[in-house]
Ligand binder design. Structure first.
Ligand SMILES: [Zn+2]
Length: 311
């Protein structure tokens, strides 16, 4: 089932944090074996020789893309390990995602940070954001994003983690055959009492998908934080945060220009790049997974809406 991983010692049989009754890492990976090989191509990103509880382990991050190429839906989840709703919703909706893959081009990154997920840690190698230390996120693409002060330079010279290097590389390789029309990155936030949405594409506050998802979350009885700030001091207007330079894979997928080996290249320019942040404070995982499942079941509708937007 876990073919392709280095077999020194793998992480998949280690116990997964389960106080919130999330699916085990084993069951999450098992669900991916149901992805229909007739319509989907699997690529694994191999991470070897990581230290975990003083032992050496290896593991891999799963990626999938449809055989059907073209303007694509990108579905991303599990960047932060303490935000399990997205990865659980994807695993519970494999059958639906299979069907969707027959209809439209899709790139799927269903669990970007398996180590963090297993431990309920935000990052693979640190539990939370640490004071005076750089957050080392698997979803960091700074090494390919242009420095905000000096446009001849990337924001950092080298990838922050092996994981972020491989994920960024995978993204930049696939955007050629699967230009991002709609990107949905499923996150959660336990630091605020209400939910909100990031819109990273050029549509900003007018992004109809951001509005649709806010509507859906309201219907699922999630309160929306209409105005105010996120815990990272980003301004929220009508439930939406825009124009964020957060060094993330989402910024990468929406950017117009990026930098590779010191040369400036055209960016992926995702039309609608939406990051969902359901509030996870005092809300049971089951309810959050249900909300994310509803988002997944609306993906074809969202894709078609995005397709009609004039650029
Ligand atoms: Zn997050």
């Amino acid at each position: 089932m876990f073919s392709g991983g280095d077999t020194v010692k793998t992480i998949y049989n280690l116990p997964t944090y389960n106080k919130d009754k999330r699916l085990s890492l084993f069951d999450i990976y098992k669900s991916y074996s149901e992805i229909n090989k007739n319509y989907w191509i699997k690529n694994i990103l191999n991470i070897s020789k990581i230290k975990y509880e003083k032992k050496e382990f290896s593991y891999f991050i799963n990626t999938f893309r449809t055989k059907k190429k073209g303007k694509a839906l990108w579905l991303i989840a599990g960047i932060h390990g303490e935000e399990p709703a997205g990865p659980n919703a994807i695993s519970k909706n494999i059958e639906y995602i299979n069907k969707l893959g027959k209809k439209i081009p899709i790139v799927l990154l269903p669990l970007c940070n398996p180590i963090g997920y297993m431990k309920n840690w935000r990052y693979p190698y640190s539990k939370t954001i640490q004071k005076d230390k750089e957050p080392k996120s698997v979803g960091d693409s700074e090494h390919c994003l242009i420095d905000l002060k000096d446009t001849r330079k990337p924001r950092r010279n080298n990838p922050i983690l092996k994981e972020s290097e491989l994920i960024t590389k995978f993204v930049l390789k696939q955007v050629k055959d699967y230009p991002p029309l709609l990107v949905l990155d499923l996150h959660e936030d336990d630091s605020v009492s209400d939910s909100y949405i990031f819109s990273q594409g050029f549509l900003r506050h007018k992004d109809p998908i951001a509005k649709e998802i806010i509507k859906l979350l309201r219907k699922r009885k999630f309160r929306i934080k209409k105005f105010g700030f996120t815990s990272f001091k980003q301004k929220i207007v009508n439930g939406i945060v825009t124009n964020v330079k957060d060094d993330s894979i989402d910024e990468l997928l929406s950017t117009y220009r990026l930098i590779i080996n010191k040369s400036i290249k055209k960016g992926p320019q995702g039309k609608s790049v939406v990051v969902v942040e359901t509030n996870s404070k005092k809300i049971k995982l089951k309810k959050r997974v249900t909300a994310h499942s509803y988002i997944i079941k609306n993906l074809l509708k969202y894709y078609n809406i995005t397709k009609k937007i004039k650029s």
